[in-house]
Design a protein around this ligand. Structure first.
Ligand code: SAM
Length: 293
């Protein structure tokens, strides 16, 4: 599959950017108490950074792309790290909340990851935890990251792939046929093809994570607290009828101890911008990028 068609396949978010920003903005105060998966996946990104560089993990200018409440912006700016951190998010409410809960040395930016208002080669590290799956054109996000990174700079991204929340998706399909309740995620092959088309030397790790919940309703409540519910155009605008919710719960598979499990197909991307000599090339839009090795 070529890069263009892969981008079309993996641009899985049918939701408008306004709906995405509004949904996450509304969840700003409940997000951190519900972000179990987000912490798990982001901590793995941080751990890799620590293993691969100097003891504090990173140095120089750091961009937290899709920073949400700023949890990782604050981790990246912890004392001892020689960094200037910028947290960027689509949601003005998330950014306001993040700024109010952080020290004044972090810079905050309301912007779209597909069109980042920062200069070429201005970042040493771009960190992006569970944001790119919300973008209509994830390939454009990678091109923006490539444009922003200095030679030798690093990009670390986590995302979710097709198969995520499959138990909930199947239960809803049986309880409410023909109606989507779960976000679509990119198939792994299309995602790999897109990433390697944009960043040929990238490393991609994937793993299935399974988290326990007391009930399907607890899982649904967590998604709501995160602001990560389905936001596609075909969603129900009114509350789903109690009978359908009950049917979904009946169709959700139970563990012997009565709990339910939710599967998440997790992916982590690592890329170092080649060309430590500082050479650059001009892409088709006339934008200078660091040179591929
Ligand atoms: C699941 S949250 C992750 C937040 C944070 N990275 C964390 O680990 O807690 C996804 C965030 O991405 C933001 N987002 C979604 N689409 C975006 C876009 N196109 N540009 C920038 N941010 C975006 C949302 O507003 C939301 O705050």
């Amino acid at each position: 599959m070529n890069v263009m068609s892969a981008a079309n396949v993996i641009g899985t978010s049918p939701a408008s950017k306004a709906d995405i920003a509004r949904g996450f903005g509304r969840a700003r105060t409940s997000y951190e108490s519900a972000s179990r998966l987000q912490r798990l996946m982001g901590d793995i990104l941080l751990e890799t950074l620590k293993q691969q560089s100097h003891p504090n993990g990173v140095s120089g200018r750091v961009l937290d792309l899709g920073c949400g409440t700023g949890w990782y912006s604050r981790r990246l700016a912890e004392p001892g790290a020689e960094v200037t951190v910028t947290g960027l998010d689509l949601s003005p409410d998330m950014i306001r909340h993040a700024r109010g809960n952080s020290s004044s040395d972090i810079a905050w930016l309301v912007a779209d990851a597909e069109a980042i208002p920062l200069p070429n080669q201005s970042c040493e590290l771009i960190f992006s935890n569970l944001m790119i799956q919300w973008c209509a054109d994830p390939g454009q996000v990678l091109r923006e990251c490539r444009r922003l990174l200095r030679p030798g700079g690093r990009l670390v991204i986590s995302t979710l792939l097709d198969g995520t929340l499959r138990e909930l998706d199947e239960a809803w399909q049986r309880a409410d046929p023909g109606r989507r309740h779960i976000n679509r995620f990119a198939p792994e092959a299309a995602f790999r093809s897109m990433v390697l088309g944009e960043l040929p030397s990238a490393e991609i790790d994937t793993r299935t994570l399974r988290l326990p919940y007391t009930s399907p309703l607890a899982l649904a409540a967590e998604l709501k607290q995160l602001g990560a519910g389905y936001k596609g155009a075909g969603r129900r605008r009114t509350a789903t009828a109690p009978g359908r919710v009950r049917a979904m719960c009946q169709h959700y598979p139970r563990e012997p101890d009565g709990r339910v499990m939710a599967s998440y197909e997790a992916a982590w991307v690592h890329w170092t911008c080649p060309g430590t000599g500082g050479k650059s090339q001009v892409d088709e839009r006339g934008v200078e990028n660091c040179r591929y090795g």
